[in-house]
Design a protein around this ligand. Structure first.
Ligand code: HEM
Ligand SMILES: *[C@@H]1O[C@H](CO)[C@@H](O)[C@H](O)[C@H]1NC(C)=O
Ligand SMILES: *[C@@H]1O[C@H](CO)[C@@H](O)[C@H](O)[C@H]1NC(C)=O
Ligand SMILES: *[C@@H]1O[C@H](CO)[C@@H](O)[C@H](O)[C@H]1NC(C)=O
Ligand SMILES: *[C@@H]1O[C@H](CO)[C@@H](O)[C@H](O)[C@H]1NC(C)=O
Ligand SMILES: *[C@@H]1O[C@H](CO)[C@@H](O)[C@H](O)[C@H]1NC(C)=O
Ligand SMILES: *[C@@H]1O[C@H](CO)[C@@H](O)[C@H](O)[C@H]1NC(C)=O
Length: 322
């Protein structure tokens, strides 16, 4: 059977279109927006800077937002999607519910970028760049970042519940969890240093401060003051993940672990006579080593692709598909 040249052309065009809009196959480049959106860095830097100046914890919120985006079918901004009648938002998955923030800052950035260079910069790229600037803003390292992520057309709440790591995990479970994202144990231990900023709810660390032996007793007593023993009582009370320098991105998190002052169970398991003890000791004594490994691991994490065949676009509004 013979096809007309017109049909051939059309078929080729459609195939090319399909390929171009496949998020998983997007090639990332460091200078992608240099010509198409020269204002990108200025706009994002400015908004992140102001937001962190207004609320230091915003740096932590933006870092976690990128992390929780990338672990759920790659960095495709599935996390910023709101509910629709046919799709549940990942914001309501247990690991995110009542603990993931920063969406207004992303909205603000998106709005200004759409005004400056409409339809050019994806929400997934905004999340990645915001996390970088947020960490820099509170004294942390920089890392190499490429652009060209596509925004996925779908959120997956049940996947978010499944793949995001749990604070009750053993060190082996954490290693396995990160391995599924092609991140190794060293990446996992370095990335956990993200907990050098930000806060956690009583709900997440109560079992540790009332029911473990691998904890400094003064630290436990202090935390118990604002996190009551009984479930349902003060669940949302906050404590800093690093109570020594909560607003500073440094290696204090690891120093805390050496002193059995990690807040979450999943923090302290990294220094608990286990496989990550030596690395934690290195990071606690050498901040440059931590910054170097954190930067390497952030680049790897921000390059996690959506699964093959996932379709993508440049969203106009990060909360909904076009
Ligand atoms: C190793 C596995 C990890 C586990 C089990 C874990 C778990 C948690 C939990 C339970 C909280 C508190 C949430 C709440 O209050 O409900 C939290 C907060 C946070 N996590 Fe992680 N996390 C992990 C890895 C990471 C990584 C890789 C990063 C980033 C590189 C990160 C960045 C943060 C930040 C910045 C906060 C504070 C957010 C805020 O202040 O709003 N975490 N994490
Ligand atoms: C999504 O819908 C659910 C149930 O309809 C609701 O409980 C939840 O608050 C909504 N979430 C968001 C982020 O709007
Ligand atoms: C969402 O994730 C679940 C795993 O929790 C998977 O079984 C399902 O196929 C995903 N849904 C879609 C529409 O991809
Ligand atoms: C963690 O463990 C505590 C009991 O020690 C439990 O109440 C809580 O639901 C667990 N959290 C998660 C996310 O599995
Ligand atoms: C403490 O943890 C142990 C083992 O995980 C558990 O069996 C016990 O019920 C817990 N006790 C309290 C008071 O939570
Ligand atoms: C680790 O081992 C040391 C020495 O054997 C012991 O004193 C300490 O209690 C152990 N720590 C934990 C958390 O098991
Ligand atoms: C700390 O780590 C850095 C980066 O890995 C390394 O170049 C430096 O020699 C280390 N410093 C010390 C005192 O070990």
């Amino acid at each position: 059977m013979a096809f007309s040249p017109l049909f051939h052309g059309l078929a080729f065009f459609l195939a090319a279109l399909l390929l171009a809009s496949t998020a998983a196959d997007a090639q990332l480049c460091p200078n992608l927006y240099k010509k198409s959106c020269p204002q990108l860095e200025h706009i994002v830097r400015d908004i992140v800077k102001n937001a962190v100046a207004e609320e230091t914890r915003m740096a932590a919120k933006l870092l976690r937002l990128h992390f929780h985006d990338c672990f759920v079918n790659g960095c495709g901004a599935s996390i910023t999607l709101d509910n629709t009648t046919t799709m549940d938002s990942e914001k309501d998955a247990p690991p995110n519910l009542n603990s993931i923030f920063g969406f207004e800052v992303i909205d603000d950035i998106k709005k200004q970028l759409e005004a400056a260079c409409p339809g050019v910069v994806s929400c997934a790229d905004i999340l990645a760049l915001s996390a970088l600037y947020a960490v820099e803003e509170v004294g942390g390292p920089s890392w190499s970042l490429s652009f060209g992520r596509k925004d996925v057309l779908m959120a997956n709440k049940s996947l978010a519940s499944e793949v995001l790591p749990n604070q009750n995990s053993s060190v082996l479970e954490l290693i396995e969890n990160f391995a599924r994202q092609n991140l190794n144990a060293r990446d996992m231990t370095a990335l956990s240093g993200g907990h050098t900023i930000g806060a956690a709810r009583c709900l997440t660390f109560r079992p540790r401060i009332y029911n473990t032996t691998s904890i400094d007793s003064c630290f436990a007593a202090t935390r118990q003051e604002t996190c009551p023993r009984n479930f349902g009582d003060g669940d949302n009370n906050l404590a800093p993940l690093d109570d020594k320098t909560p607003g500073l991105f440094d290696n204090q998190y690891y120093k805390n672990l050496l002193a059995q002052r990690g807040l979450l169970p999943s923090d302290q398991v990294l220094f608990d006579n286990g496989s990550q003890d030596a690395l934690v000791t290195l990071y606690a004594t050498n901040q440059s080593a931590f910054f170097h490994d954190f930067a390497t691991a952030m680049t790897k994490m921000s390059n996690i692709h959506p699964s093959r065949g996932t379709k993508g676009e440049i969203r106009t509004n990060c909360r909904r598909i076009n």
